[in-house]
Ligand binder design. Sequence first.
Ligand code: PMP
Length: 455
Amino acid sequence: MISSLIHSMIVCPDMDYSYPRITYGKGVFLYDEHGKKYMDASSGSAGVTNLGHDTGAIADVMHAQVRKAAVLPTHAVSTEVLESYLSKLVAFAGHDFVRAWTVSSGTEAVENAVKLAYQYHVLNGEPDRYKVLARWSSYHGNSVFMLDVGGMRLRRDTYARWMNNFPHLSPAYKYRKPEGMTDDEYISMLIKELEDTILENDPATIAAFVLEPVVAAALGAVPPPDSRYIKEVRALCDRYGILLIADEVLTGFGRLGANFGMDKWNTAPDIIAAGKGISAGYYPLSAIIANRKVARPFEEQKVPFLGGHTFACSPLGAAIGSYVIDYMEKERVVENAAEAGRYLSTLLKKELLPFDIVGDVRGEGLLQGIELVKDKTTKQPFPPELLLSKKIGQRCIQKGVILYPGRGSAGNNTGDHIMICPPLISSHAHMEELVAVLAESVQEEMERVLVAPGL
Ligand code: PMP
């Protein structure tokens, strides 16, 4: 039935796997053609359907805007729905953010954030600032340039010949910090690595540092060791004239229990790249949001940003995005995410951490993850051929819960992880159901792998 589908993504099941065929969704649940119900605790792929399915009056909003105008010749005209949306978006971001621009995917948002940063330096008379710093085991999108900037080797290595290979830093990954180091020493080590990298590569050639506030797909919900790390990164960027770009494609729009992830650490970047939850999945919408400093040379020199895409500044996207912000504020969605996230974290620690193969439970808000290890003391991962996280994910699907399993890349010694990111409207009962299914699946899979040959 799906023989024409090009299977994509490393987390996908096998080519001959029979996918559940979904016919509709309602709230946090999906229903297949046989009427079987699944909780979408991955929120689409992933962290997208923050408000669940069939939300409020969203279909009416879409219908009304399509009747007015779905697309406009934006090189020649503007429209009220777009202008009021961008003001709302900038206000949602707070701090000293002043300008925003929309596009269609997370990849386009991060790539355009990087382009905006470089053009800012060009306008400021520093065209040699072209290098972009980022961390290994981070994901910033799937275009060749974003694979290059990002550090997710599983997706990147095949295209290695097309890369610039800008400097990459170590991930801030507390669970795998060097043996015997305190958190404070670990943060100092990471900050020193960043400063050394800046100095070794000539600070006057570096445009920006891009980071995910919580590393999602590549590591399975890894937050920074603490706010000191984020604050010192911010300070180093300022000291060397480097723009800080927060890739908030997954962490923004309430996912961490704050409007944007960086708010959790009371820090603001210079540019935010937003996506996914920005439209709650009802439209392919993303955005870049720039602060006053970044906007200034463009305003003073009256130069436009060199970003142009057919679906940039979509009025339909703006109508949907505007409804999503209003809905989130009216229904206190961010507050719910913070509260539900605390409950989910507590449940995961209580029910999953006691397993011999669960080494770590981590996350922030409704972006949580578990990491699976063969030995809790040495933190040694399971061999990749066991497909542990994938098999656990498949068991969960059979039991009616969809999660986001993954595996760290070879070379950084990370193993299997499972990311849990349910819609932000999830209740305590949903959390209890998904944790029970996950615990049962881990138990069953643990029994399988512990008798596997060679273990
Ligand atoms: N950045 C991050 C942090 C992401 O999680 C993703 C998507 N998983 C992207 C960028 C790319 O977004 P998209 O798939 O919409 O292009």
